[in-house]
Write a protein that binds this ligand. Structure first.
Ligand code: UDP
Ligand code: MG
Length: 152
């Protein structure tokens, strides 16, 4: 059963920040009904990005990926809501923007796999790990007054 308290880690990558897409990406999640529970601009050290993408460390594109992620600040976000992880991935579109449907974030704003503007957690377990990595200070809790208009 999907939980309305499920959380996902969404990160606007350096190209998304430079292209002025932070507001657009936040807005899409807010309008869908997700609750924004953490947000910050960050310039993480290389080690943090290597940890974030540790599962991909043996891939040939890994050094280029880390260089890209270090090219400017990222905007780190946590959203909470029903089926947040899977729905977040659908909203992002495919990893390769050329295969992303129009109407998705990557399908509307990106063309190249190595410049696909936004990250989203792929499983609930990875979401929790990523949230702990990017927000070690913890997350503010608050209740969303419009919740009964979004969930049954
Ligand atoms: N990536 C890349 N080349 C590839 C595959 C992935 O540059 O052939 C980059 C791309 O930025 C992608 C990130 O590595 O978003 C992480 O890859 P993953 O397979 O986890 O895709 P995602 O979960 O971001 O859709
Ligand atoms: Mg991934």
């Amino acid at each position: 059963m999907a939980s309305i308290r499920e959380r996902t880690y969404i990160m606007v990558k350096p190209d998304g920040v430079q292209r002025g897409l932070v507001g657009e990406i936040i807005s899409r999640f807010e309008k869908r009904g997700f609750k924004l529970i953490a947000a910050k601009l960050a310039s993480p050290p290389k080690e943090q990005l290597e940890k974030h993408y540790a599962d991909l460390s043996s891939k040939p594109f890994f050094p280029g990926l880390i260089k890209y992620m270090l090219s400017g600040p990222v905007f780190a976000l946590v959203f909470e809501g029903l089926d947040a992880v899977k729905t977040g991935r659908v909203m992002l579109g495919a990893t390769n923007p050329l295969q992303s449907a129009a109407g998705t974030i990557r399908g509307d704003y990106a063309l190249a796999v190595g410049r696909n503007i936004c990250h989203g957690s792929d499983t609930v377990e990875n979401a929790e790990k990523e949230i702990a990595l990017w927000f070690p200070e913890g997350i503010v809790q608050y209740s969303l007054l419009q919740e009964s208009m979004i969930f049954e």
